[in-house]
Design a binder for this molecule. Structure first.
Ligand SMILES: *[C@@H]1O[C@H](CO)[C@@H](O)[C@H](O)[C@H]1NC(C)=O
Ligand SMILES: *[C@@H]1O[C@H](CO)[C@@H](O)[C@H](O)[C@H]1NC(C)=O
Ligand SMILES: *[C@@H]1O[C@H](CO)[C@@H](O)[C@H](O)[C@H]1NC(C)=O
Ligand SMILES: *[C@@H]1O[C@H](CO)[C@@H](O)[C@H](O)[C@H]1NC(C)=O
Ligand SMILES: *[C@@H]1O[C@H](CO)[C@@H](O)[C@H](O)[C@H]1NC(C)=O
Ligand SMILES: *[C@@H]1O[C@H](CO)[C@@H](O)[C@H](O)[C@H]1NC(C)=O
Length: 344
């Protein structure tokens, strides 16, 4: 750069020499050569400076790269050693970190599931990051947000200490995920992100929960505050007291749409490392959580959540127009949803 600059101006000078004063010309050339000399010299010094400071820092910080020698080659893409910009990982700098994403749909138990994961000292699941519009506005903002998250620089109440061994988020399929699936799948594959699908088997129960939750957004049954989740059994009873009326014209198309979206999502992410979980299965048998911890390669712990289930008992008592709903679903692929598939 410096050289180009000098040659160019010299050339243009020689081509068009001012004729009036040769002495003046000589002076100008001399000054010019000096300026160029100083410039080149300073550039040279800068480069030496960079080199020497690089050398110094490599002495200060023992830049020994973290290694994962004892793992199978197939596992390597999933093992990371992030270097956060916002804090130091200190003594855990070389602890392995896995990246995950809980891919789910609204009212499918993902909030509860996430509180279970976050009760593990080494798991940090940072909530519905992409419920914020600007973060999902295009694929670049999505990938930037993911970069920040997986570098451990996305600070939320779920952020753990420097010894996080699995970091992730909860991502609803309708939060830009299906729209930009191609690039996101590519990102998951190249960055080694594992997907945890969490679905509900009984989509009719999910619909009741959706309707009740959206009713409560306006009705605010709990003394004027809206809650999607609760830790109090009393509050759960109040929230479940509303019995929605289901539009039977839209019932089957709605169930089909949610079902199709889940199948499609699993198809998209088929080539990524993933597991598929069902809310009902975890409710029935929490040893599945061991399987999840093994998948994330974190030490097995007992996981806890303070959340209380809102809709309990038979579905027939939770829907205003149950008879119509029964009639609509009889003889369809969704008939099984009518029967309570778990009791608590
Ligand atoms: C993506 O969205 C952000 C925020 O809305 C915007 O600043 C940026 O220009 C957009 N980038 C592209 C490539 O559209
Ligand atoms: C989990 O966290 C504890 C305490 O912060 C730490 O000592 C341990 O090394 C971490 N485990 C893993 C697998 O990173
Ligand atoms: C609502 O407020 C009343 C009076 O302040 C209190 O007794 C009751 O427990 C509250 N209920 C809920 C669900 O918070
Ligand atoms: C059900 O939804 C359809 C389509 O939105 C609407 O035309 C119809 O009036 C609704 N039925 C009831 C009973 O609300
Ligand atoms: C996922 O991939 C496997 C093999 O790679 C294939 O057998 C299976 O049918 C695929 N499933 C979907 C939903 O695409
Ligand atoms: C729970 O699941 C585990 C493995 O997933 C299984 O071994 C165990 O028998 C199940 N327990 C019950 C009570 O179903």
């Amino acid at each position: 750069m410096a050289d180009d600059f000098c040659f160019f101006t010299m050339d243009s000078f020689i081509i068009k020499p001012p004729k009036k004063s040769p002495m003046m010309l000589r002076m100008v050339v001399l000054i010019f050569a000096m300026v160029c000399g100083v410039y080149i010299c300073s550039v040279g010094l800068k480069q030496i400076g960079v080199r020497s400071s690089g050398g110094l820092s490599s002495i200060h910080v023992v830049e020994k790269p973290c290694e994962a020698t004892d793992i199978e080659p197939s596992e390597k893409p999933y093992v990371h050693f992030p270097k956060p910009n916002t804090f130091s990982r200190a003594e855990c700098a070389c602890n392995r970190v896995r990246y995950f994403a809980i891919l789910s749909t609204q009212r499918s138990g993902s909030g509860w599931f996430e509180t279970l994961l976050n009760s593990h000292m080494n798991i940090s699941s940072n909530g519905e990051i992409f419920s914020v519009k600007v973060r999902k506005s295009n694929v670049s903002t999505i990938l930037e947000t993911l970069d920040k998250l997986y570098n451990l620089d996305f600070l939320t109440s779920a952020s753990k200490n420097e010894c996080t061994a699995a970091v992730g988020l909860k991502w609803m399929l309708n939060q830009g995920l299906m729209q930009h699936q191609e690039q996101i799948v590519e990102y998951f594959k190249t960055r080694g992100v594992s997907a945890i699908f969490l679905f509900r088997r009984n989509l009719l129960r999910r619909m009741v929960s959706m309707l009740a939750n959206s009713y409560d957004q306006n009705a605010k049954l709990l003394n004027g505050t809206h809650k999607s989740h609760t830790h109090s059994p009393k509050e759960a009873v109040i929230l479940a007291s509303y019995k929605p009326t289901i539009n039977t014209t839209l019932l089957i198309p709605n169930l089909k749409q949610v079902d199709d979206m889940a199948v499609k999502a699993v198809g998209y992410f088929n080539s990524t490392r993933h597991i598929i979980l069902y809310y009902e299965d975890i409710i029935k048998n929490q040893t599945i959580l061991n399987y999840v911890q093994d998948f994330l390669k974190v030490p097995r712990k007992d996981l806890h959540s303070h959340q209380v289930k809102i809709h309990k008992g038979p579905l027939s008592s939770q829907v205003e127009n149950w008879v119509d709903v029964e009639k609509t679903l009889k003889g369809t692929p969704y008939e099984s949803f009518l029967h309570a598939d778990y009791k608590i």
